[in-house]
Design a protein around this ligand. Sequence first.
Ligand code: ADP
Ligand code: G6P
Length: 483
Amino acid sequence: MSKTIIISNRLPLQLEINNNSITAIPSVGGLATGMKSVHSGSDSIWVGWSGLTDENLDSKSEILVKNALKKHQCVGVSLTEAEVDGFYYGFSNNALWPLFHYFMEYTSFEKETWETYQSVNQKFADVVIDNLEEGDSIWVHDYQLLLLPEMIRKKKPDVTIGFFLHIPFPSYEVFRTIPCREALLKGMLGADLIGFHTYDYERHFLSSTQRILGHEINFNNVHFDNRIVKVDSFPMGIDYDKFHDAAQHHNDKEKKEKTEIQQEIDKHLTGGNKAKLILSIDRLDYTKGIANRLRAFEYFLDKYPQFKGKARLVMLAVPSRSDVPQYQILKNEIDQLVGRINGKFAEVSWTPIWYFYRSMPFENLIDLYTSSEVALLTPIRDGMNLVAKEYIASRVDKKGVLILSEMTGASKEMSEALIINPNNFEEIADTIKMALEMPEEEQIKRNTALQKRLKRYNVEKWANDFMEALEGTQATLKKFSLK
Ligand code: ADP
Ligand code: G6P
């Protein structure tokens, strides 16, 4: 029976090895959480890196790893420490990630990491081909594997390949600065269908393809070498029911069933101490605008002192890519900012910022989504931002206000949120005030519209739309006898 092979660098679970035993922890990040719902319950297999390096493993633990992955229908691509350094920390996260998010000053192009990126993409291609059977479709994900579609196509010219980019595709003027620009575009064009979250990213890709490779573009089809590659936008949704049902269940819980965090929150939400919660959740990443958010919150407390003791920022930052220098610098900056702002405003009964630097189980995320009157998400650039969608899906009573950066893909579909420019502190401060004072009827009106859309365009619909469009490319090719 034919199957779909999903391929991404990060698998839905990360393995850790302690005293010869393997533990699996869920991966954080939109790609993993979103695709997990698509993968589970289907007969697809998922090829990716387990998070361990060859140096961590001996022949015995290798078998344990293989079995642990197999239980989740996953197949591992084994990487050495040097490969992880060059491919993951190096080229993927020190060149492509900053460049595609318009952080050109953080972008460093190095010949060695580019070479490792190519050889690791080839390693992924070899594993995929080993697992490929007649009739299978291939779905490649994200910037770590831009070369993979072409590498697979070279060995298997007739296989159906889809590619989806989970981050922005930058404008031509930015993309053209990367030395290996032709190779990256050609790599992606090995696919039959290339998907982006928004129409703007799609447009940027088509313009780069036309100007750099000189290929003919006909509507959203790229024509070259007797092939047609379709390019389209598919805004990724979330597993709406999972968040909505978990929030409903959370609200129905008896006191004794509540998590420690929830009990702590409840304590602060009762009596004279009641401070409204403003939530922020992200991986600790410079693209997320966390430092701006803190400065804007400080400015808000200075500008509107009547909210001292009445509002609190709950900031959850998940450790991410901590071997990349920019992430270490950011961590220090945030630690200092939180310390300074708390030192400046704290009172005996009120601290303005609760800061957690860790990953949290799903249950705690739901605690935070359901307990916060406002969500403040201020990325400088973000391909989509699923947290915005998860917050709205978790608001079972339809109350709560979402403040969302206009630089996120999600803002294109969530116009009922309060949309801000993450660089405009004045606007953010005024919008926080507006959110805290918004009448309940207005909150309900906005969230009703948002929830309806998110429920309809959920992650399942997103995956189905993509796969249908991918099948459609085969029908078109057969019609024009191009394959
Ligand atoms: P990105 O993919 O850039 O990390 P998204 O907002 O699209 O950003 O996705 C983040 C995902 O990671 C969400 O699905 C969210 O639920 C999950 N997540 C974020 N913070 C945490 C955390 N502290 N613990 C567990 N999961 C988290
Ligand atoms: C974003 C990227 C994903 C990545 C995730 C977490 O969502 O689009 O490809 O997996 O961040 O980052 P990490 O580097 O930990 O995989």
